[in-house]
Design a protein around this ligand. Structure first.
Ligand code: NAD
Ligand code: IPM
Ligand code: MN
Length: 356
């Protein structure tokens, strides 16, 4: 039987609470299916660690993580540590350091989830966003001029290499080609205003599309697609976006699914040189942390993405089915879904709802 060694960074705020439930479901699922055994090493990295040590993770953190099969991350960031430090020195360092070039984020409305759109049904909201994950505006390049004076200027330089742009687009085209839905790929652009990065993005999209004659293509500006997500979510199949645009539209996508409590993500190193990392889209939600009221469904859905990655020979849809059953039963729901259940009770209910 296969054995997987996982690194766990539960992180800050509700990260630790939802992580417990993700691991609970993962252990139960693997015990019942017998697909694999798994062991966990926990790393207490995050904002508390920063307060004690002055760093978000040890200097050799990537070296420590590099031989794990995958990484599970809860959430990072907490008041008291500036967000650009906590996030850049841990989460973004791992994404970029391990060349996790693809950020895969499913947008799928389940039965029983509170979609804010009156006329949309679960059949109509089911697509995936492929977000470039290592460069763009997140590359971390920039500088200040005349700091502290009236002539102050801040520059943040986006970086779009052909290597990474082509890689994310090829991944998205491959996915669209395999899709049973529409074999359609939508590219998110803003080339009407961004005359370098997005003009280049459009050029590469067009060039790579030539290799995929079976995939229908569409270009939407990021402002327009924000409206189309609301008006016609049913028209999307696979959506490919730059790092920043992908970040923004996936919170909008989360809203279509019923909130951040449902949004899962996989940060994939597609070459397999380094471990991939799995984390919910949401943050540490400091205002609800420590109360056992966070919805763990996004973390549990994220475990399904981890299983898809580690054990691709099997289908793991039963995990999402169990989340759906829990929603439809509506007995064990956290306050974001109108219930009074505790985070741990939702994890228990999802284990109970699993069928093998
Ligand atoms: P957030 O995702 O933490 O919270 C946004 C809103 O959604 C809040 O109202 C919160 O209560 C709610 N929410 C989020 N997850 C929930 C869940 N599982 N169940 C119920 N409600 C949930 O975003 P924010 O408030 O912008 O950021 C808070 C901190 O988290 C900041 O430090 C930010 O930088 C960080 N952050 C980290 C990650 C990450 O680690 N991947 C992602 C986003 C934000
Ligand atoms: C996400 C988050 C991160 C991002 C932040 C916390 C750096 O918002 O994973 O969506 O912008 O990528
Ligand atoms: Mn985000």
């Amino acid at each position: 039987m296969k054995h997987f060694k996982l690194a766990v960074i539960a992180g800050d705020g509700i990260g630790t609470e939802v992580m417990d439930e993700g691991i609970k479901v993962l252990k139960y699922y693997l015990e019942k299916t017998g697909y694999a055994t798994v062991s966990f090493d926990y790393f207490p990295w995050g904002c508390e660690y920063y307060h004690k040590t002055g760093e978000m993770m040890p200097e050799n953190g990537l070296e420590i993580l590099k031989d794990y099969d995958s990484i599970l991350l809860g959430a990072v960031g907490y008041p008291g540590v500036p967000d650009h430090i906590s996030l850049r020195d841990l989460l973004l360092k791992i994404r970029q350091g391990f060349d996790q070039a693809v950020n895969l984020r499913p947008i799928k409305l389940l039965n029983g989830a509170p979609c804010p759109l009156k006329f949309k049904t679960p059949e109509m909201i089911d697509f995936v966003v492929i977000r470039e994950n290592v460069e763009g505006e997140y590359a971390g390049n920039g500088y200040f001029e005349n700091r502290g004076t009236d002539a102050e200027v801040a520059y943040q330089t986006g970086v779009f290499t052909r290597k990474n742009t082509d890689r994310i687009m090829r991944y998205a085209f491959d996915l669209a080609q395999k899709s049973e839905k529409g074999k359609k790929l939508t590219s998110v652009t803003k080339s009407n205003a961004l005359n370098y990065s997005m003009v280049f993005w459009d050029e590469r999209f067009k060039a790579i599309a030539a290799d995929y004659p079976g995939v229908k293509t569409e270009n939407n500006h990021v402002d327009a697609i924000s409206m189309y997500f609301i008006q016609r979510p049913e028209s999307f199949d696979v959506v490919v976006a730059s790092n920043l645009f992908g970040d923004i539209i996936t919170d909008l996508g989360a809203a279509l699914q019923g909130g951040l409590g449902f949004a899962a993500s996989a940060n994939l190193n597609i070459e397999g040189t380094y471990p991939s990392m799995f984390e919910p889209v949401h943050g540490s939600a400091p205002e609800i942390a420590g109360k056992q009221v966070a919805n763990p469904m996004a973390m549990i859905w994220t475990v399904k993405l981890l299983l898809d990655h580690l054990l691709p020979a099997y289908k793991h849809d039963s995990i999402v089915d169990a989340i759906e059953k829990t929603l439809v039963d509506a007995k064990t729901l956290t306050p974001d879904l109108g219930g009074t259940a505790k985070t741990a009770a939702v994890g228990d209910a999802i284990c109970q709802a699993l069928t093998f």
